[in-house]
Write a protein that binds this ligand. Structure first.
Ligand code: NFE
Ligand code: MG
Length: 571
């Protein structure tokens, strides 16, 4: 007899995620991922000016705070065949790289590390031994015994107060924690340092996009002008500031984040759970040429099926036979029907809530059970995100990916298959942060060179006026966001937005079953995992957090009549 356990809400994520898992003899036999709250913005942009859409849909999420705006401007520029100036392209690349690094570091330290790191156990560490360990791992200067003693005192004060504050509600002392006290203390110190670091790197957004969260974009380029001799816009001093911030960001990734991943990972090598589907999807991104030239992508593009790295299948978001969102287990209808799949250009956002009313124990997972739709590639479930990108980059034999993966696997002394796990996904995030950091440096150098040669252009106004547009147009804007492949599909009619659909990385990964009863990526990753203590399901958090869920992104639709659809109580 299996027993169903419920984790709701999953914390240290964005949005509302509920996991139900059937446990039999201490092992997860089946799992269900449900988005329990609705919000969002696909309907809001209907009939609006396509040039304004980015500003609305950017508000889908404040975590991947730049990605939806970028996907939106790309979708409109694709529909209207608008080319943007080189400088605007470079600035967008740098801004996308900025969110990638910011998000990965924040995810690791602030949202995920405590699934592996026991804060309370850090009190047992010897600060001197911690210092010796830190100096053996990296040349990062903050590593003296006194420094770690201070951190320990700080943590002790918090623990003694009985109010753990930011450390409250952890499963401290759980047998699943395996790090020696010194590694725990090192990670806690870097948790606190990363809090400071993350507020610095986002200044790149404030300089290029005016603010963060939600920096400004523009269809046809970027909104903030470059004028190196002025006091406004992007002048010389600000460009130097960006340059410095990029160097500092790369330094932190290389001297703190990556060594920590290696140090922590080495103690969990045999905890190999959380792999899952073995199908991986990437749209590709970070073009060194025009953004619609897929041959110039630095980030890989394609599909891996069944873990076969010897064959990469093409992915085309415009092909109606490739990408469809299914609703068989989602609280929606298509044209009055409760099942079926649609390509996003034909997509529809109509609610059909059939779940429990009021308080409930478990969901009826034999029927619709989530506000997320179910995206599938050729009717197959896919994992998207850092692990997908690193495996695709490896399969495509992109030198940076091959070198980075081989190096880190050698250091950990584990095979390539070890990447297909919760910890592998977490490591992949660090590896791509380093790779993307290098691209960001190159793009900034090219931008500085262009400006030095007198090119300050950031906006192409050739097709700004709707009178120059065709009566009907369709476009897709895709991007590799921190959590994976993101697509925005737009239909433009008579100068207005006729339909808009966003299919988001967390929608792929957190999706419920499809019409063929196939599991989504979270559900597959959980299945087969042993759970030591059903009252403290640390293993479930480890696996789910390794995807860095964002349910705000994944369920971006809203009830325009303000009707209550579901009652949620927390605590
Ligand atoms: Ni709200 Fe997002 C990212 C997007 S969702 S965080 O990354 O796009 O998966
Ligand atoms: Mg959507």
């Amino acid at each position: 007899m299996s027993e169903r356990i419920v984790v709701d809400p999953v914390t240290r994520i964005e949005g509302h995620l509920r996991i139900e898992a059937d446990i039999d003899n201490g092992v997860i036999k089946d799992a269900f991922s449900s988005g329990t709250a609705i919000r969002g913005l696909e309907l809001i942009v209907k009939d609006r000016d396509p040039r304004d859409v980015w500003a609305y849909v950017q508000r889908i999420c404040g975590v991947c705070t730049t990605t939806h705006a970028l996907a939106a401007v790309r979708s409109v520029e694709d529909a209207l065949d608008i080319k943007i100036p080189r400088n605007a392209h470079l600035i967008r690349e740098i801004m996308n790289a900025t969110i990638m690094l910011h998000d990965h570091v924040v995810h690791f330290y602030h949202l995920h590390a405590f699934d592996w790191v026991d804060v309370v156990n850090a009190l047992k560490a010897d600060p001197k031994a911690t210092s010796t360990l830190a100096q053996s791992l990296s040349k990062w200067p903050k590593s003296s015994p006194g420094y770690f003693k201070d951190i320990q005192d700080k943590v002790k004060k918090i623990v003694d107060s009985g109010q753990l504050g930011i450390f409250a509600n952890g499963y401290w002392g759980h047998p699943g924690y395996r790090l020696p006290p010194e590694v725990n203390l090192l990670a806690v110190a870097h948790y606190l340092e990363a809090l400071d670091w993350q507020k610095e790197i986002v200044k790149i957004h404030t300089i290029f996009g005016g603010k963060n969260p939600h920096p400004h974009y523009l269809v046809g380029g970027m909104a903030t002008p470059i004028d190196i001799n002025s006091d406004n816009g992007i002048h010389a001093e600000r460009l130097m500031h960006v340059s410095q911030l990029i160097d500092q960001a790369i330094e932190f990734v290389e001297q703190v984040y990556l060594p920590d991943l290696q140090a922590i990972g080495s103690f969990y090598k045999d905890w190999t759970y959380g792999g899952g589907l073995d199908n991986y999807l990437c749209y590709g991104d970070f073009s060194t040429g025009d953004i619609r030239d897929i041959n110039m992508y630095r980030m890989p593009r394609g599909i891996i099926l069944g873990g076969n790295l010897n064959e990469i299948h093409d992915v085309n978001p415009k092909d109606p036979e490739q990408i469809k969102e299914w609703i068989d287990f989602s609280w929606y209808t298509y044209d009055g029907k409760t099942t079926g799949g649609r390509h996003p250009w034909e997509g529809e956002t109509t609610f059909h809530y059939t779940g429990p009313k009021g308080r409930y124990d478990t969901l009826n997972t034999n029927d619709k059970y989530s506000w997320l739709k179910t995206p599938r590639w050729k009717e197959k479930p896919m994992e998207t995100g850092p692990l997908a990108r690193v495996l695709l980059g490896y399969a495509a034999k992109k030198p940076e990916f091959v070198q980075s993966v081989d190096d880190s696997l050698r250091k950990l002394n584990v095979p390539l298959t070890a990447l297909k796990s919760a910890l592998g996904r977490t490591l992949a995030r660090g590896l791509e942060a380093q790779i993307v950091g290098g691209w960001m440096r190159n793009d900034m150098d090219e931008l500085l060179k262009n400006i030095k040669h007198g090119d300050q252009t950031t906006f192409n106004k050739a097709k700004w006026e709707p009178s120059t547009w065709p009566k009907k147009a369709q476009g897709v804007g895709w991007i590799e966001a921190p959590r994976g492949a993101l697509g925005h599909w737009i239909n433009i009619e008579n100068g207005k937005t006729a339909n808009y659909q966003a299919v988001v990385p967390s929608t792929w990964n957190a999706s419920p079953r499809d019409g063929k009863n196939q599991k989504g990526a979270y559900e597959a990753a959980l299945t087969g995992t042993p759970v030591a203590d059903k009252h403290q399901p640390l293993e479930i958090l480890r696996i789910i957090h390794s995807f860095d869920p964002c349910l705000a992104c994944a369920v971006h639709m809203t009830d325009l009549q303000n009707q209550s659809a579901v009652d949620i109580r927390i605590g």
